[in-house]
Design a binder for this molecule. Structure first.
Ligand code: ADP
Ligand code: MG
Length: 486
């Protein structure tokens, strides 16, 4: 088995499209999906004599992400020109940060004991888009995307498997959405990556020669590209060949990679300082303000929800997929009385409110029933006034229909409240036991499991309104009394 004796080594360059309203060096609309070439002023079109001017919001987003990842922030960073010729790059160069990027270092945690180091994060502009499938003869160009702000997050070659690559991408995607710096939408290209892959014999201290697979726009493709590339490289090495450093593409149709060109070196791009833009300067006070406004981060909340509120790891992870449900849970858990278990709140969110939100397309904060009323709803279950089944099947939809109603009043109005009244329960219990004399004998002979049958019948007869705890007590008492008489 030659494959088992090799290790995969991966480093990622992730491009995140920032959620600014306008482009990074001009006022053109930066949003996705406009009719082709409608978000293009003279600056996006690179007319001679036009000059770039930096969008400060893009800088703030870069700082927010850098702080969240524990990067060192360069209070002075600079732009460079990366020169290449391509039809969707009207200037003939891309403005990027090469020598002095805005953030350096930092790390991304992808497991309890596993972190991936960040090499640096830099600001740059996107190129336009070439459309090869719109016209039978020509490639068409859409320059709406030209000049949209990007952050490129460059990792160290610390990743060791397709699973780790997926976990890393997932962590970055969640964080940029959480911080509000990008919508992280992979289908729309807001998050794309170049995957650098090499292999080496396990235990070998030196890295192997790498290939770079360009422009991957889905988590599944990233996984498959890593897997395919790993096998391809091992096959070459095992056959006595050597890996040539090259740039490859990913073919989604058959999950394989193919050669695009031999790897270009930095000098091929003739990088030089961008003369039209001053350095990016960040005041320590500005950095401090951004740090102060930083929301609690997802991994910290995952830990807090388990340690402080006793949530199972799965629930904590699920709630922390996005910022809104995490903060909503935290607010409810803090407001809940001591009688209410945080797990009940988590269940309401995970199994009811999040599906409601997905179905309606509304955020949790847009739900007409406010959090305090959901707490009152849960309290009815917790205090046994309402069975969980009745609560979720009947009261939940009723509340959404009459969001201003008090849950207890609504439950009473709908005649849903459980009955713990002794007389009511005894009548029911007597009737059930009278119907099953043989089973009563079996129970008394030791078949205690039959209690479930009696309870089931009693609940049915009460139309779900008997308080289960009180009903159990009444049944048990009656069953032992009958025995005394015999
Ligand atoms: P370049 O500037 O030529 O693109 P970098 O040194 O900046 O190269 O690295 C680009 C990416 O490639 C980084 O994410 C880095 O972690 C990754 N990388 C570098 N060497 C290797 C290797 N031997 N195997 C896998 N990935 C690598
Ligand atoms: Mg590169």
């Amino acid at each position: 088995m030659p494959y088992a004796s090799y290790e995969t080594v991966v480093g990622l360059e992730i491009h995140v499209q920032l959620a600014t309203r306008s482009k990074v060096f001009c006022a053109d609309d930066a949003s996705f999906g406009g009719a082709p070439n409608t978000h293009v002023s003279a600056i996006s079109l690179a007319h001679p004599g036009t000059l770039p001017r930096l969008n400060r919001q893009a800088v703030e987003y870069a700082l927010r992400l850098g702080l969240a990842l524990g990067c060192q922030i360069n209070l002075r960073s600079t732009f460079d020109r990366k020169n290449y010729f391509y039809a969707d790059l009207p200037k003939g160069y891309q403005i990027t940060q090469d020598k002095l990027p805005i953030c350096v270092g930092g790390e991304v945690r992808i497991g309890p004991a596993r972190s991936i180091r960040i090499h640096h994060i830099h600001l740059e502009e996107d190129a336009g888009k070439s459309l090869h499938d719109q016209d039978p003869l020509d490639s068409l160009i859409d320059l709406n995307r030209a000049g949209v702000p990007l952050l490129e997050i460059v990792s160290e070659p610390d990743l060791r498997s397709a699973d780790e690559v997926a976990a890393y991408m997932d962590a970055i995607r969640r964080l940029v959405r959480w911080l509000g710096v990008s919508d992280g939408n992979m289908e729309e290209g807001s998050l794309r990556c170049d995957v650098n892959v090499s292999v080496r014999k396990t235990g070998d201290p030196a890295f192997g020669q790498r290939c770079e697979i360009k422009n991957i726009n889905s988590m599944r493709f990233a996984r498959r590209a890593v897997e395919h590339e790993t096998t391809r490289q091992i096959d070459i090495l095992e056959a006595g060949g050597r890996i040539v450093q090259e740039t490859r593409g990913y073919d989604a149709a058959n999950g394989s990679t193919y050669s695009l060109r031999e790897k270009e070196d930095a000098h091929d791009y003739r990088y030089f300082p961008e003369p039209d833009l001053p350095p990016v300067l960040v005041e320590p006070a500005e950095l401090e303000r951004i740090q102060q406004a930083m929301p609690p981060l997802p991994q910290a909340l995952e830990t807090e929800f388990q340690a402080r509120y006793g949530l199972p790891a799965n629930d904590a992870v699920q709630l922390c997929q996005d910022r809104e449900p995490a903060l909503y849970f935290r607010e409810m858990a803090a407001a809940a009385g001591p009688g209410l278990s945080p797990r009940a709140i988590a269940n309401l969110l995970i199994h009811r409110l999040l599906p409601w939100s997905a179905e309606t397309g509304l955020g949790l904060r847009d739900c007409p029933v406010p959090p305090e009323r959901w707490l009152a709803f849960l309290q009815l279950i917790e205090s046994n006034q309402l069975s969980a089944t009745t609560a979720y099947q009947r009261l939940f939809p009723a509340l959404l229909d009459s969001p201003a109603a008090d849950p207890a009043q609504l439950a009473s109005h709908l005649n849903l409240l459980q009955n713990a009244d002794a007389g009511f329960l005894e009548t029911l219990a007597d009737a059930v036991l009278a119907r099953f004399p043989d089973k009563v004998k079996e129970y008394q002979a030791g078949k205690k499991g039959l209690l479930g049958l009696f309870m089931g019948e009693l609940m049915k007869a009460s139309q779900g309104k008997a308080d289960p705890k009180a009903a159990t007590q009444v049944l048990e008492e009656k069953l032992s009394n009958v025995k005394c008489k015999m």
